[in-house]
Design a protein around this ligand. Structure first.
Ligand SMILES: Cc1ncc(COP(=O)(O)O)c(C=O)c1O
Length: 415
């Protein structure tokens, strides 16, 4: 039972606390770790598939070989050796950068917060996809922007609607366009090359910055790679992370941006944390220098690919015709849309009773739409469990659709 507590500090909180949102995923964390629940909610990588013996050696080497600097304060923008690893990783995407082009952050999440801190004044407009990564909405909303959400289809963000939004905000242009073009979270869709070029053309024509968030770019299971926005345009601010290809527990991500912007972000970061964890950065260096990480990643990709196929097969077999869903070529998630009269937030308790969790869609929308949608993740559970979870979820959806349709027909439910 929740204990009601009178909050005597109510008038002391900043106005931004009123606009900050809770994360449905964080709230579901406890439920998702219950042993009787199959979790389709979190975007958690399969750490069990990492060579933990080698990681353990990397941690030991971090102390043995670099203990003094690893345990000391470091520079705000991160260790040069870590940045050299990032340069190497970016070369796989045919993007040439030097350590000077990079700031190391505590995951891509800190990068999002720093970008909010650097660019957003209360009331400024920013553009995101709709739906988008709910952690980005959390990070940005702390700086009190007005967020315009642009829908996507199977080819990514709808650039026709983006153009309309930019036209109608001509008087006070958005500070930036935030996009996850590859294996979008939560949609799973990838922006086509044509759309990428259109987006960049619009951003340049209107003089608006583009932020490309790319945690899943390496996790492709089918189809042809599409170049990063940053490869197509050097002014794009690129966010990367080791969270999905190595370990989120090391909280290591990075920002690549033009020099003047990096200088401002660096300033913003000084007040946030002085510097990131040097120890974590050294572990990351050892992992990418001294372990067969490409082989490990291939194993992870193979496992995620099988899980995705298991989910797609189960969806095809069990989901009612009223449900539509995306068909990702990579990443961790897909997006389900149900009839308008089904509220996935309300349905969640029934799903939990059936032993399944998912993320209700409305939290992923800047302005609370999407109540009839949900994000489901295929990254975490084994294929059999995924198939079982989809079977259970399909049952819950069918019951709900039937009940809601009866209410709608009786005129007792409007939508
Ligand atoms: C699109 C997107 N951006 C950023 C993040 C945050 O990642 P990190 O663990 O690097 O902070 C996530 C995590 O799920 C994500 O999906």
């Amino acid at each position: 039972m929740t204990r009601m507590v009178f909050d005597e500090w109510g008038s002391s909180y900043s106005s931004r606390m009123q606009t900050m949102r809770r994360s449905a995923v964080r709230d579901l964390f406890a439920a998702a770790s219950r042993s009787d629940i199959i979790s389709l909610s979190g975007g958690m990588p399969d750490i069990g598939k990492l060579p933990l013996d080698l990681v353990s050696k990397a941690v030991a080497a971090a102390i043995d070989e670099e203990g003094i600097s690893a345990l000391q304060y470091g520079s705000t923008d991160g260790r040069i050796q870590t940045k050299e690893i990032i340069c190497m990783l970016m070369r796989d995407f045919e993007i040439e950068v030097t350590p000077d082009d990079i700031i190391i952050t505590a995951g891509a999440q800190q990068a999002l917060d720093l970008l909010g801190k650097t660019f957003i004044n209360p009331g400024d407009t920013i553009i995101t996809e709709a739906p988008t990564y709910l952690g980005a909405l959390q990070a940005f909303s702390a700086y009190e922007p007005s967020i315009v959400g642009i829908p996507f289809d199977d080819d990514g963000m709808r650039t026709d609607l983006l153009e309309e939004a930019l036209e109608s905000n001509r008087e006070s242009l958005p500070k930036f366009i935030y996009t996850i073009p590859t294996f979008q979270n939560p949609g799973g869709v990838t922006m086509s090359l044509e759309r990428r070029k259109e987006l960049l053309e619009l951003a340049n024509r209107f003089g608006v910055l583009v932020i490309e968030d790319d945690p899943y770019g390496r996790l492709r299971y089918s189809g042809e790679p599409v170049p990063c926005l940053r490869k197509l345009d050097e002014n794009v601010i690129y966010l990367g992370t080791v969270s999905k290809v190595f370990a989120p527990g090391l909280r290591t991500g990075w920002i690549i941006a033009p020099q003047p912007i990096l200088n401002k972000i660096n300033l913003a970061k000084q007040g946030t944390d002085l510097c990131g964890s040097a120890l974590n950065q050294v572990v990351v260096e050892h992992y990418f220098n001294d372990t067969p990480w490409r082989k490990t990643l291939e194993r992870l990709i193979a496992a995620y690919s099988v899980r995705k196929d298991a989910m797609m097969a189960a969806l095809n077999e069990h989901f009612p015709p009223e449900a539509s869903y995306t068909h990702p070529d990579g990443g961790f998630f897909l997006w389900v849309t149900l009839p308008k009269y089904v509220d996935t937030g309300q349905m969640l308790s029934l799903a939990l009773d059936s032993g399944v969790t998912y993320v209700p869609g409305d939290g992923c929308y800047p302005n609370g739409e999407g109540r009839n949608s949900m994000r489901i993740a295929f990254c975490y559970e084994e294929p059999d469990a995924i198939a079982e979870a989809i079977r259970r979820l399909a049952g819950v959806i069918e019951d709900r659709v039937e009940l809601c349709r009866a209410f709608v027909n009786a005129g007792a439910l409007k939508y």
